[in-house]
Design a protein around this ligand. Structure first.
Ligand code: NA7
Length: 542
């Protein structure tokens, strides 16, 4: 394809999910010229791609929405406690229409390469459609759970039946009626989709490697008291910003191990009935820090799981024991465990009986062969760094981000990288985003970056880059924070442990949304402490 003429933009944004949309809106308000490239045919990001049956958000819909425009906030009506994928996608489309954002988005186009040009202080960004543009700033808004994990099971190419992957489900949907279906993976995507697949299919066989902790969502119409918060939405949002998880609620000051057994059980029963995961790990201050404390909640959930499953042998396989509760993301379900009581649903414990290979007709484990019409892979993502490293990003002196991150994602504030001037990430590694209400974190990141660009304009500065000292300090702080918790004990995607060969480092910052916001605000208030600037006024290093 012939190269199109270069165009000068202020900002190139990769991705038009929630982050990309808000970036476009914000930059336009500032009088900048932004442009986004989006791989999908429409906006929505995660909610555009993940169309598997049962796909829902695990943050309540009242919380999972933008707060930046009070009119938008009031005009949009959510219908259920936990919104479905189609409803969230409609919301993203509504935001795009309302602010006329589509005109700055090129769809069905992936950013392939971005190269920093030192002499011109510009990024040159190339797409898979052969287009090249230049911009002062380059922002990756490609999401933290968007790059699928490669299928690491032999023989997939031999299967003659239908193959589906939860993260890129066919837009027209899939009808499993009369079919035998194998599902691999029991993370959130598996746990949400299995009950609905099993409702349709003639027979469903689930291949479980690690049993997960899941609590019932208790979904339905939004409770009146929750709906009432929209009457004082802005105060409610302000409250959310002060919390660890970005959702208003109690921040525990007492310890699971110091209250009475009776009180503990009562509080766990309330948590269970609430059907919400943001505060699961913070009901007591020691749940994520102390194994014995964690075990009290884990055992409570295990007893609930056992009570739902009729066959004691099945119950034992489905009962999670391998990692402290909440150190892998807990799941929310609707009839997940109950599904295994159906006579046409089977469970294979692949920890005991591992998958050998995918065959022409199905799946072969160590001691049995299964025939399927369809296999569903719900095997997860190369989380937090996968989408960033999928693009060939070259900073100062041609340095590649992939090379720089060979042993882990070095970054400052989860927003910037030393050696990569005028480059920002939204919800990148080193930020708390995946531990929080994602929309709240996205808003905070976008607003911080917009303020930073405003500061640069006000001070005639054209280039920003973090110092190596600041970067090392932040990475050490993120690691030290993780080491105080039980998270390193789980083979989770938080720890990079789900992808063979990926460096084992804690990817998110675990100190919470409020502490993170304070750190970012302090850096800005201190004239962007830890950053080096260049501009017409000369160089400055803070
Ligand atoms: P997850 O949570 O990473 O779950 C992936 C599941 O797939 C998990 O049960 C894995 O078992 C399983 N898996 C992965 N690879 C294999 C192989 N090779 N063989 C067998 N089983 C495998 O991804 P999800 O998409 O469900 O959810 C991601 C996030 O999206 C979720 O946390 C929410 O935040 C929303 P394992 O546990 O590794 O033994």
């Amino acid at each position: 394809m012939t190269e199109m003429p270069k165009k000068n933009l202020d900002v190139v944004v990769a991705g038009a999910g929630f982050a990309g949309l808000y970036l476009l809106h914000k930059f336009r308000e500032m009088g900048l010229t932004p442009r986004a490239f989006e791989a999908g045919d429409d906006v929505g990001g995660t909610w555009y791609w993940n169309r598997y049956p049962g796909a829902r958000c695990d943050i309540e819909s009242i919380d999972y929405s933008f707060s930046f425009d009070p009119e938008l906030e009031q005009e949009w009506q959510w219908t259920e406690k936990y919104a479905t994928q189609p409803e969230i996608l409609s919301y993203a489309q509504h935001v795009a229409d309302r602010f006329d954002l589509r005109k700055d988005i090129t769809f069905a186009t992936r950013v392939e390469k971005a190269v920093w040009d030192e002499d011109d202080a510009l990024w040159t960004v190339t797409t898979d459609q052969g287009e090249t543009v230049t911009a002062r700033f380059f922002i990756m808004a490609t999401g933290c759970l968007s790059e699928p994990k490669d299928i690491d099971i032999d023989g997939v190419e031999n299967f003659s039946g239908e193959i589906y992957r939860t993260h890129s489900w066919p837009h027209e949907g899939v009808n499993f009626t009369g079919k035998t279906v194998g599902v691999i993976g029991t993370g959130s995507s598996g746990i949400q989709s299995i009950p609905l697949i099993a409702e349709q299919a003639e027979n469903t066989t689930v291949f479980q490697r690690t049993a997960n902790y899941s609590i019932p969502a208790g979904n339905g119409p939004i409770a009146p008291e929750k709906l009432a918060v929209t009457e004082h939405y802005q105060d409610y949002r302000a409250e959310a910003r002060k919390t660890r998880v970005g959702v208003p609620g109690k921040e525990a000051m007492d310890f699971a191990l110091t209250v009475s057994e009776e009180e503990r059980q009562e509080r766990y029963e309330e948590l269970w009935a609430k059907g919400a995961i943001p505060h699961l790990g913070s009901e007591f201050a020691d749940i994520l820090l102390n194994e014995e404390a964690n075990e009290t909640l884990a055992e409570f959930v295990r007893s609930k799981v056992r009570s739902k499953i009729e066959d004691p042998e099945l119950a034992e396989i489905l009962t999670p024991t391998e990692f402290p509760i909440c150190t892998k993301r807990a799941c929310l379900d609707t009839n997940y465990y109950e599904t295994f009581n159906k006579s046409n649903v089977d469970l294979v414990d692949i920890r005991k009986n591992p998958i050998r290979t995918i065959t022409e007709s199905g799946i072969a484990t160590q001691d049995k062969e299964f025939d399927f019409d369809a296999i569903v892979f719900a095997t997860g993502f190369d989380a937090m760094t996968g989408a960033l490293m999928a693009v060939d990003i070259r900073g100062r002196d041609g340095q590649s981000l992939r090379k720089k991150w060979e042993h882990g994602p070095l970054n400052y504030l989860g927003l910037t990288v030393e050696g990569f001037p005028n480059f920002f990430m939204i919800t990148g590694p080193g930020s708390p985003s995946v531990m929080t209400n994602m929309v709240l974190s996205i808003e905070q990141h976008v607003e911080w970056i917009a303020d930073c660009l405003g500061y640069m304009a006000d001070n005639n500065l054209s280039v920003i880059e973090p110092t190596a000292t600041a970067e090392n300090g932040w990475v050490d702080y993120v690691t030290a924070t993780a080491d105080m918790t039980l998270f390193p004990k789980a083979k989770s995607w938080y720890m990079g442990a789900n992808v063979p060969g990926k460096p084992r480092v804690c990817l998110p910052y675990l100190g919470g949304a409020a502490a993170y916001r304070r750190a970012c605000d302090d850096v800005a208030a201190d004239d962007y402490l830890g950053f080096r600037f260049d501009g017409s006024e000369g160089s400055q290093c803070n």
